[in-house]
Design a protein around this ligand. Structure first.
Ligand SMILES: [Zn+2]
Length: 496
């Protein structure tokens, strides 16, 4: 296809007569290419067509894997867990934990010394006594011991990649079953907001659905495979947001998924215009949801906000119910809240989770940097799932891009897409439209990795911001022991 426009131009220059073709869709495409347009326009059009085709394939493929009859059955099964009593829930948890621990002992050299000879009802005790606490650093330092099959993914498995908000890239191997289960847990949460398969929904997250250079609508993609309107969160500036609001009004979604920061930016734009939308339910995830954001979002964008807490390692999943409580999903993973000495605590402690579904690479007693505490009592919603206080530990400063608009930490993680050999990173705002990207490289870090990062920022995050890359030996934590991935060091900058 790539040579068609130039071939046509060469023929025309050689004086070849224009051929008359019958009108059919195939011939219409060929006739289109044979127009005497400059080569660059042909290539530009070809790029757009390929991007559209890529989106069709991507979202069509996702719908095929995630939204099939099996996934609907899984959601129904998970919904039945909401009516189990405490004993039945514990028995099911024991059985699933036993299965995960057996898989870990069988597949991961790190646990090969542990005897698999224990019953499901002993699983919690064996977990506490025999399995050490691990974290991201342990995984990065002992890949041969903590990754199955010497770290090589089998053809039927899926690689999950993340830089996370700690700025250190991590790869996990996932089973296909765990990918389907993940989607079923998310859909169970959506069902708490009255959403069921087939209703229209809008998404305002990090999906690249319109190039950053695009200045004319559409700033969205309509995923026809499961009635999803994907909006570009990079087009919420003054010039483009009017079209986005107009599209949302016409689409009238039954619910919307967003990052707290992208929903907040849209709510701010609605406020500036004296407008409101009334999306019935807004499902937020991936970032902390601040009270000032909730207030404006409720006022301008959505009647009810239901937050969700999860992470790429998939060792804990909490979902906010209609009554505002954050419920840990005990059928998703086994969660402990442990103090700095690794002991269970009733106060604030680290979230330490064990997968119940990803048997391809079972993460066992995986400690997250996030902290919370148990909330006792029963929720008015009647679900038997335990409750936690809002999760803290993901606090970052706010930073702005070249146009002065806030850039969400979740969008920033796109800078690290496909980038390897970075042990730790930090993004600092050092002036208006100026960022410093601080990296702790490993021994294999090269110019190609740095070029990839800058390319990602220009194409996936912000094309106008000026970025300086600085290599460091280490990036220290704050005095409180927390690592701030995003920092604003510009004295006029706004802080969270
Ligand atoms: Zn509840």
């Amino acid at each position: 296809m790539r040579c068609w426009p130039s071939c046509a131009i060469r023929r025309r220059r050689a004086g070849a007569p224009r051929r008359v073709r019958p009108i059919s869709s195939r011939h219409a495409v060929i006739a289109f290419w044979e127009r005497p347009w400059p080569h660059a326009i042909g290539l530009w059009w070809e790029t757009i067509m390929l991007a559209e085709l890529r989106k069709e394939l991507l979202y069509g493929g996702r719908a095929l894997v995630r939204d099939n009859a099996l996934s609907q059955r899984l959601v129904q099964r998970l919904r039945r867990h909401e009516t189990l009593d405490d004993y039945a829930l514990k028995t099911m948890g024991d059985r699933l934990l036993h299965r995960s621990l057996q898989a870990a002992i069988a597949k991961l050299p790190f646990y090969a010394h542990i005897s698999p000879d224990f019953a499901p009802e002993e699983a919690r005790q064996v977990l506490r006594e025999m399995f050490p606490i691990v974290d991201k650093r342990t995984l990065l330092d002992h890949p041969r011991a903590l990754y199955p099959n010497d770290g090589l993914k089998r053809p039927w498995q899926v690689l999950g990649k993340t830089s996370g908000t700690t700025g250190t890239p991590l790869v996990v191997i996932r089973s296909l079953n765990s990918v389907q289960m993940e989607q079923a847990f998310i859909k169970r949460h959506w069902s708490w907001g009255g959403y069921s398969e087939g209703m229209p929904r809008a998404t305002l997250r990090g999906d690249m659905v319109a190039g950053l250079e695009r200045q004319e609508p559409p700033f969205w993609f309509e995923n026809r495979y499961n009635r999803q309107l994907l909006l570009s969160s990079r087009h919420l500036g003054d010039q483009c947001v009017g079209a986005v609001i107009d599209k949302l009004q016409r689409y009238a979604p039954a619910m919307m998924q967003a990052y707290p920061s992208t929903a907040y930016t849209l709510a701010q734009q609605l406020e500036r215009r004296g407008m409101s939308l009334c999306v019935p339910f807004l499902f937020t995830a991936s970032e902390p949801l601040y009270p000032h954001q909730q207030e404006l979002i409720r006022e301008r964008l959505a009647g009810r906000i239901m937050d969700m807490y999860g992470m790429a390692e998939r060792v804990a999943f909490a979902t906010q119910c209609e009554y505002g409580s954050m419920h840990l999903n005990p059928d998703y993973s086994h969660v402990e809240i442990l103090d700095d000495y690794g002991e269970p605590t009733d106060g604030y402690g680290h979230i330490v989770g064990t997968t119940l579904h990803n048997l391809a690479m079972p993460l066992v007693r995986y400690r997250l940097s996030d902290r919370t505490r148990w909330r006792h009592g029963h929720c008015a919603c009647g679900r038997p799932f335990p409750m936690i206080e809002p999760v803290t530990g993901k606090l970052e400063d706010r930073i702005t891009g070249g146009d002065g608009m806030e850039v969400s930490p979740s969008v920033l993680t796109f800078a690290f897409k496909g980038v390897e050999n970075v042990r730790k990173s930090q993004v600092a705002q050092t002036g208006p439209g100026q960022w410093e990207l601080r990296l702790v490289p490993d021994a294999h870090f090269s110019q190609a990795d740095q070029d990839k990062l800058l390319h990602n920022i220009r194409h996936l995050v912000d094309p106008t911001v000026q970025v300086k890359v600085v290599l460091r030996g280490d990036l220290p934590n704050t005095e409180a022991g927390k690592f701030r991935w995003v920092v604003n060091e510009w004295q006029d900058g706004r802080r969270a």
